[in-house]
Design a protein around this ligand. Structure first.
Ligand code: UT7
Length: 329
């Protein structure tokens, strides 16, 4: 008889660099104000990595905490899935660097490039791999050092982003529950809304473009905003349908933290009341792939959620990509 396997999150961890950049600091750098940033985005401060600290470093710190919380050893991990758009190098993958430094000697690894949806994409893959009996302990990481691809002279973007990592151990169990369902989607026709146009093989960085801003992240803010609400609403309803649950069953909604107005508007559209919506954007800004695992780890460690609670994760990002997951903790 084939025993059904379920994919459970058994430990989480997160890490942010020490240095904090406040809205008041930004007032000294570009033509902006604390009032504008707070009312338009909900952000008050963000953490910024120092020059020598890269995504692998943040990932390792977050992963060590997740491994300890899960009560396993690094050598028990058989797969590492790492979502990022700020890898240490073009080659090798950041997941390879993390694998080595963690001592995860039995793990296969890969990076996932799905921008802010990277962690939810990783969680969806982890669930599938675990349920298909291939893997027993999957380390899923969402990490970003967006400060390194930010144009610090562009007020449209530099006030928004922060650096962070979050991690979760997805474990195979015969106990029902865990990651109940996921949903992934994309629309590459809208890629131009959020992109870095130089630095790949299509437009290599050379003397002609090194200083023109093309190697930094550019975003068409208002268009991205509209698509964020539309796609996260769709993703939330789709995963509720796939899991036969309703909004009333959700104990906590953790959405990608890009803008407090996007989060609140999405929650309203899917009928999740404010007290069941997790918001920490004021502390960290938009940390892309790290934002959901960072919030999930905080919610677990502060007791905002407990074992048995139903958590809705919903993400949206460049690509465009979007996705969702419902997890019974
Ligand atoms: O994580 C990936 C997904 N990312 C997102 O989901 C982000 C989605 N977009 C947003 O969150 C919002 O569109 C922003 C926060 C980026 C911008 O807010 P907005 O309310 O859409 O403002 P806007 O871009 O329409 O700009 C309104 C005004 C403009 O001035 P004028 O043209 O009306 O005179 C901007 O130049 O605000 C100006 N502005 C600023 N003013 C002070 C833009 N950035 C700033 C700034 N400080 N930092």
């Amino acid at each position: 008889m084939v025993v059904k396997r379920y994919a459970h999150i058994i430990g989480t961890g997160s890490y942010v660099p020490e240095k904090i950049l406040t809205n008041f600091d930004l007032e000294q750098m570009v033509d902006t104000s604390d009032e504008w940033i707070t009312t338009r985005t909900g952000i008050k401060r963000r953490h910024i990595a120092s020059k020598e600290v890269c995504s692998s470093d943040l990932s390792i710190a977050a992963s060590r905490k997740a491994i300890a919380a899960a009560g396993i050893k690094a050598s028990d991990i058989d797969l590492i899935l790492l979502g990022t758009v700020t890898p240490d190098f073009p080659v090798p993958s950041t997941a390879c660097i993390v694998q080595d430094k963690l001592g995860a000697v039995n793990a296969g690894v890969m990076d996932i490039v799905a921008a802010c949806s990277g962690f939810v994409y990783g969680l969806s893959l982890a669930k599938a791999m675990v349920e298909a009996s291939q893997y027993n302990n999957v380390l899923v990481i969402g990490v970003e050092t967006l400060s390194k691809i930010t144009n610090w002279e562009d007020r449209n973007t530099c006030v928004l982003f922060g650096d962070a990592a979050g991690a979760a151990i997805v474990h195979a169990s015969e106990k029902p529950g865990g990651i109940l369902g996921t949903y992934l989607k994309s629309d590459g026709s809208l890629a131009h809304l959020l992109s870095i146009t130089a630095g790949g093989t299509r437009v290599p960085i050379d003397a002609s473009n090194v200083n023109n801003g093309d190697r930094y992240l550019k975003m068409a803010g208002p268009e991205v905003y509209k698509n964020a609400v539309r796609t996260m609403t769709e993703a939330a309803f789709e995963v509720l349908k796939r899991t036969n649950l309703s909004s009333a069953d959700i104990d906590l909604m953790i959405s990608h933290q890009a803008n407090i107005r996007i989060i609140e508007s999405t929650a309203r559209k899917i009928n999740v009341p404010p007290e069941k919506v997790y918001i920490n954007i004021q502390e960290y800004g938009n940390t892309s792939a790290a934002s959901i695992p960072l919030a999930l780890d905080e919610a677990i460690r502060t007791g905002r959620v407990k074992s048995g609670d139903i958590v809705l994760l919903v993400a949206f990002g460049g690509g465009l990509t979007w996705g969702s997951a419902i997890v019974e903790l």
